[in-house]
Design a protein around this ligand. Structure first.
Ligand code: DCS
Length: 481
């Protein structure tokens, strides 16, 4: 009997091969336990509002008015909404052709793309062209669109950091390309060594792979490191020498928790390097409204900026974006607001600053509490979260635990994370979901639980870990390399 196209056995193999651990086995088990009535702390996804973060007031006011424009005709509107929110709502509505219910240009509203370009210019000190900025439904869609343009067949390789955020591994699988890993150095605070890159490329080439692009995640997910300017220069030089497109995932650029290494964009470093590099290296940079102190994950707003991409390619990317007609229009307005927030002197300015500073300062404290908490646990070591939203401790698993995992048919870190979930309700993602060196084990948790709940969460983690280590531990031969 012949199979139908959507029978499991006959599905596209690329779909079956693709793995996405952030919503994998751990998440499914956590959802089951929740249904059974257990209290679950979902730290598996960087989804701030789901963990209680309140939306910033001003952007919600503006978008509320854009969604319900009849409120603008209500004589009492000024009693509920501040005048600057009303003015901004009218501004954004004037940029649309038919309000939020109408498709926009497939690249996004020209007026919002101009605001994004102005933001990039202010941030980097170099001109940015709105024609080279496309708005997307979250950064994810942008990454997928660009990888789709790059990957032609399974011989095309993309350099991806390991550990990485599995959007990259999953999309490369889905598109039938090849992931070429380069390892970040845990003992060097997850730094990137260009010699590792060279080795990875040489090895891939010896296997007949054409390496076409390189991904950097800065600040890192799940690793939390911020790349230094010197490191970014080396990377750009490497991409130039090897003729690689650089995909700069910069979605966590507002999430910085130390002062030594502020965020610096790949675009700025490239422009600072001057010609010929600044005119040669092809760079796509991604950003989102899901992260930072906005955390508006559910709105699905993002953009990418293209540098040194030939006009005919931009046309092709535009054509492909057009198949999906239009990115979310309300999300485009969130993006416009994110890149042009209230200014000093605006009515909403003080409140906006108070709210955003409050969130960022608390995240900075939470990053510290988590790292210190993990480092105080037996057989756990953790680099400080310099940026982004995650803590990625290494768990030194005793041989008996690895043996027990094998018997249970589980990968060792999955085994550990499942036990942690069952004992404490803390839902994490095992390190194997992001990639890690052979024989080394991690877990990822977000730093997003409410600050006042943090000490209790860390205590319950510590108690679990102590019990686990005494159940499976002996005094020698742990998994750490
Ligand atoms: N790039 C990185 C590095 C991310 O961590 C994420 C989301 C994205 C892109 C995509 O975000 P948007 O599509 O929402 O713009 N991070 C996921 C994570 O690791 N946990 O939550 C979501």
């Amino acid at each position: 009997m012949s199979l139908k196209a959507l029978d499991y056995e006959s599905l596209n193999e690329n779909v079956k091969n693709c793995q996405y651990a952030v919503r994998g086995e751990l998440y499914l088990r956590a959802s089951e336990l929740q249904k059974e009535g257990k209290k679950i702390i979902f730290t598996n996804v960087g989804n701030p509002h789901a963990l209680g973060q309140k939306p910033l007031t001003f952007p919600r006011q503006v978008v509320a008015l854009c969604q319900a424009p009849f409120l603008l005709d209500n004589p009492n509107v000024g009693m509920i909404f501040p005048a600057d929110a009303i003015a901004r709502a009218k501004h954004y509505l004037s940029l649309t052709s038919g309000g939020l219910g109408a498709y926009s240009d497939s690249r996004g509203l020209p007026g919002v793309r101009k605001e994004v370009a102005e933001f990039i210019q202010r941030r980097d000190g170099y001109p940015s062209d709105p024609e080279l900025i496309f708005l997307t439904d979250g950064a994810s869609k942008g990454v997928m669109q660009i990888l789709n343009c790059i990957i032609r067949n399974q011989k095309d390789g993309i350099l991806v950091p390991v550990p990485q955020y599995p959007l990259y591994s999953a999309t490369i699988s889905l598109l039938g390309g090849t992931l070429v890993p380069y390892y970040l150095e845990e003992t060097d605070n997850w730094g990137l060594d260009v010699n590792n890159l060279r080795q990875s490329v040489a090895q891939a080439r010896s296997q007949g792979i054409t390496v076409r692009a390189m991904v950097i995640i800065n600040p890192g997910n799940p690793t939390g490191q911020c790349l230094s300017e010197a490191n970014l220069r080396e990377i750009l030089k490497f991409c130039c020498d090897e003729r690689l497109v650089l995909l700069g995932d910069e979605v966590y650029q507002q999430n910085i928790y130390q002062d030594e290494r502020p965020f610096i964009s790949s675009k700025k470093v490239l422009m600072d390097m001057g010609a010929p590099l600044s005119k040669e290296v092809q760079l796509i940079s991604f950003h989102t409204v899901s992260k930072g102190y906005w955390g508006e994950c559910g709105q699905r707003g993002g953009y990418f900026e293209m540098t040194n991409i030939p006009p005919r390619t931009v046309e092709e990317i535009y054509k492909v974006a057009s198949i999906a007609l239009s990115p979310n229009v309300s999300a485009q307005i969130f993006m416009g607001l994110m890149v042009s927030p209230p200014k000093p002197g605006d009515i909403s300015y003080d409140q906006f600053v108070r709210e955003s500073k409050g969130i960022l300062e608390s995240l900075r404290r939470r990053a510290r509490i988590m790292t210190d908490g993990f480092n105080s646990c037996k057989n756990v070591v953790c680099n400080f979260t310099e940026g982004a939203m995650y803590s990625f401790p290494q768990i030194k698993l005793p041989p008996k635990a690895i043996q027990a995992a094998k018997q249970a048919g589980k990968v060792p870190d999955v085994f550990y994370c499942l036990k942690l979930l069952e004992a404490t309700g803390i839902s994490t993602v095992p390190g194997s979901g992001f990639g890690q060196k052979e024989g080394v084990f991690h877990l990822r948790t977000t730093i997003l639980p409410a600050e006042e709940e943090m000490p209790e969460i860390m205590e319950s983690f510590k108690k679990f870990n102590d019990e686990f280590m005494s159940q499976y531990g002996d005094n020698f031969g742990y998994s750490r390399m």
